[in-house]
Design a binder for this molecule. Sequence first.
Ligand code: GLC
Length: 747
Amino acid sequence: MKRLFSLIVLFSFFQSAAQLKPSDSIRLENLLKQMTLEEKIGQMNMYTGNIFGDDPVFTADFKYDDLKNGRVGAVLNVNGIKNTRLLQEMALQSRLKIPLLFGNDVLHGLHLLFPIPLAEAASWDIGLMEKTARIAAIESSARGNNWFFQPMVDITHDPRWGRVMEGAGEDPYLGSLIAAARVKGYQGNKLGDTNSVMATAKHFAAYGAAVGGRDYNTVDMSNQELWNVYLPPFKAAAEAGASSFMNSFNTLNGVPTTASSYLQRDILKGVWGFKGFVVSDWGSVGDMIAHGYVKDAAGAALASVTAGVDMDMEDQIYKKQLPRLVADGKVPVELIDDAVRRILAKKFELGLFDDPFKFIKEERWQKAINNPAHIATAREMAGKSIVLLKNEVPKGRTSPVLPLSKNVKTIALIGPHIMSVRENLGFWSPWWPDDSARIITQYQGIKNKVSRGTTLLYAKGCEVSDTSTAGFAEAVRIARQADVVIMSMGEQYDMSGESRSRSDITFPGVQEALIKAVYATGTPIVMLINAGRPLVFDWAADHVPAILYTWWLGTTAGGAIGDVLFGDYNPSGKLPITFPRSVGQIPIFYNHLSTGKPPKNDSVAYYRTGYIDLMQNPKFAFGHGLSYTTFEYSSLKMSDSIIKSGESVRVSLSVTNTGKVSGEETVQLYLRDRVASIVRPVKELKDFKKVVLKPGEAQTVIFEITPDKLAFYNEQGKLITEPGEFDIMIGSASDDIRLKGKFELEG
Ligand code: GLC
């Protein structure tokens, strides 16, 4: 064991040295030599600031004392320039003057709020997601935050899980691209640049597979499922240079991830060569007692530090238990040195030893939060996150409901979110009051678009989730007077998020009854659905002619919604996660296995993997999203139909805008490995291209099917490729395949 730990330390010495300037590497080693054990363990200890306000910044005096005596390495939830400066000054009173890291959950912007991450994922615009991450870093790094607990890269198949709003949906390929983009956005060109902050890939690992979608719940899965579905976005984040990883609250196959040497040492720090440090989630070290994995705090500290958790968030277990464990020889000091070296290396990389106050600059803060280009980016991202689920010709009309004319005579605005302010921002946006003046409500967004001759009528109709129908009559009355109704329905902002799993993901309260009452007037309805997750709205989806999924779009929500409603932006969003027909259909996802009895249709018994009381397919499929125009796919060509190992297949096709307005299409490439030693999904997203086309314009789209796109992990976590036939499917959605082909990989 001792030899193993010496190897770990040697490895980490060279790793941290590898990423630092030689002078900083020498400074780090000299500093480490001077540190007492208590000071070393202090670097592995993180405290939270006052999450209920900014004064006092710590709610317990011992935290101040620990800070001044070098027993704290990082803090989180400390906001504002005054408090950040205060704590940094205290940290510099310690003997060795080691500066603090300041972490925060800047999930989708700090002051200026972008769409929630799941909404951004619906844009499939990787470059734009990197850009919004960059802006969040520019803002936050001027206000003291130099460490984001983002990106959250958990794949999930379960929309009952409240944290689905934090991630990128169900697909490993899309999730991996987004993970890397966000890491690059946060960290910029390199750590140490003025507005570069550390990124954290979380929650490591498989947190999104909690049984029943119930937060913090148990996770059990095969190794090949872990490697092929849940680990790829983490691997992508590590390869993109993420500075830290955060472990998750769940057990994985009976072991709390906080104590998983397999995840943290074998895979992350071993196979993937991760040079940063691992931070526990809030109290996840101590949680191991409740898990029944250890009997006491000493056991929790031993299990965590041995498994590779370098920093303990908020539960003081490392601070209280590690000194004794080291004294008793149960934790070799080399392990402590490895953890401390990793943490200090990041502080040197950030430049904190050269200027501990570099991230606390009022003038930079003011410049960042008043940059019109940032607002424009937020509005662009909000528009691109909107998914047009449906847009049909209502009874008695000759054209689809959307886009609306700006000269409509009378519009009835109905629903609990038409006037909402806070709701547009979703969960994990605690600092929203700082920027509340700039939030564009949906009402305002619509009002800004329509002509002076348009009359806007408004009735809330109902609350988000109470039982009163008292507002129905007024809603019905104004619907009857209008040429079109816009209804804005959905969740409360905090019905999705951490510890917000829901057993029933239909519209809360009496919303569906309100929709039915307004529908009965016969006035065509456009419905906006605001939520942090896929909701189940079977009746509305079958009856309402036009539906836009508007998630939680952030500060510019109303503006972006107005842009789409009135055609100033032609919606291009595509679902990053499957929408089930009912809760009973969960889990349902596109990249499933075939089974031995693949469904023929809904009526053939014994050949269905669905239910006798429900259609087989989901309500809306992964990759689904309509446009105000139409696109035709044609002329599929392949460079080869038989390839050898290591060779690629070039696929080209033509995409034509066959409608009357310009639009953006996300052309999706799916593959199926027909026969394999571990059966492969019926289709897997392996590439996509976004094309913007004017009416009548055609563009050639080219995909390179490279060898890596044919590989999969076996149960040992080894990436392998097996010869055989591969199907090519190219389409506008996973259930809207327009062109097919196939090729063979020779043995
Ligand atoms: C929470 C979350 C984690 C977050 C951390 C700090 O419990 O699980 O995502 O970053 O604590 O707020």
